[in-house]
Ligand binder design. Sequence first.
Ligand SMILES: Nc1ncnc2c1ncn2[C@@H]1O[C@H](COP(=O)(O)OP(=O)(O)O)[C@@H](O)[C@H]1O
Ligand SMILES: [Mg+2]
Length: 398
Amino acid sequence: METSPATTPFTPGFGLTPRVLALQGSPVEEFAEALAGRRAAGERSVLIAGARGVGKTVLLSQLRDAAALAHWRTIVLHTSSTSMVEELRGSAADLLRELDPDAEQVRATSAEGGAFGVRAGGDVEYVDRYAGEKVPLGRLLDRLAALLTSAGGGLLVSVDEVQSADRDQLHEVAQHMQDLIGEGHGAGFVAAGIRAGVDELLAHPGTTFLRRAHRVDAGSVDLGTAAEVIRQTVADTPRSITVEAAVRAGEISQGYPYLIQVIGAEAWSRAGDAQVIEVEDVEAARAAAVDAMVVNVHGPALRDVTGRRLDYLLAMLEDNGPSAVADVAARLGLEVGAANAHRSRLIREELLEVPETGRVAFALPYLREALERVRETGSTRRVAAPARVARPVRRPRS
Ligand SMILES: Nc1ncnc2c1ncn2[C@@H]1O[C@H](COP(=O)(O)OP(=O)(O)O)[C@@H](O)[C@H]1O
Ligand SMILES: [Mg+2]
């Protein structure tokens, strides 16, 4: 592949499918097998949960690609749309117009106009069966799924950022999917969302269907895999990266998918037009990678952390490693029980983890750095803005 040094092979953004994927386990293959009928039909519904930047959106699009390969059709719903149910209806009708040989009903007419016919010719009128809202959505979907299933495929519905979905809308969509599956059609539902939001959603009574979906917890990969992804990404270009540099980049990424891309891209640009990316390029890129993580991942997440939960996190900064739960409570002037309520919620929000009984640690890479910035600026809001302009310093050609 032609790659000039100016165009990075890394994808340091959100929703961008990387050239080389680091995946723990084989969720895409398992999904493909479920579509092919070699696994329980229940595994055709997948719920991906994880923090921002762990690759949920990318994985969701991998699942859709697997579905397309298996001749399934996908309807993508957006939680930002006014009504997911109406979006489903619109997309289902579009697909039916494309797939249903009987989409246009021919009928003899005597009346001029009036009907919502599409084209009129002579004495007959072609009526778009799927126009308007006359047909119940359940019937539309049933017809669509039947057509797709008899052609050897099925209907997949996909929702990203599912934690922000309107509960009633989501319930209605899920109910329809469940009906299709109950009818024996090829049907599946794939969704992704922030873990805390997904867990909250699952606690809601209307989401039994989601609770039964195959759960994929997206997270970091091991450091060896991270280093290999970085090495491989560069190896696919005319440039290369030393083993030492790839290993160091893997360490700095801490296996976090977003950071894998960011450290890779930053090191790539710092290498200037050198043929080989060296460990000093990676070291020089570290600060910018940390910055990107603080601004783009922690900044948005910390906006929702206020009051005692924020105090809890800030109180942990006094320790250089994991904190003793009792120490944090004492610093906050709280009973251990009261402090634990804040701690539990922070764990659910994926900000904290428990390395051993009685201790807590920051769960995400460079969260400590983000909190130090909160402490310096006195605000969680200012963390989302870069503290300084990180100008890439290119290494001169050697
Ligand atoms: N499996 C993966 N391996 C390597 N990098 C990945 C992987 N999945 C995602 N990324 C990278 O991580 C970043 C975030 O991915 P995205 O899917 O948008 O995360 P999320 O939806 O969880 O916030 C992007 O830069 C993307 O290229
Ligand atoms: Mg996403």
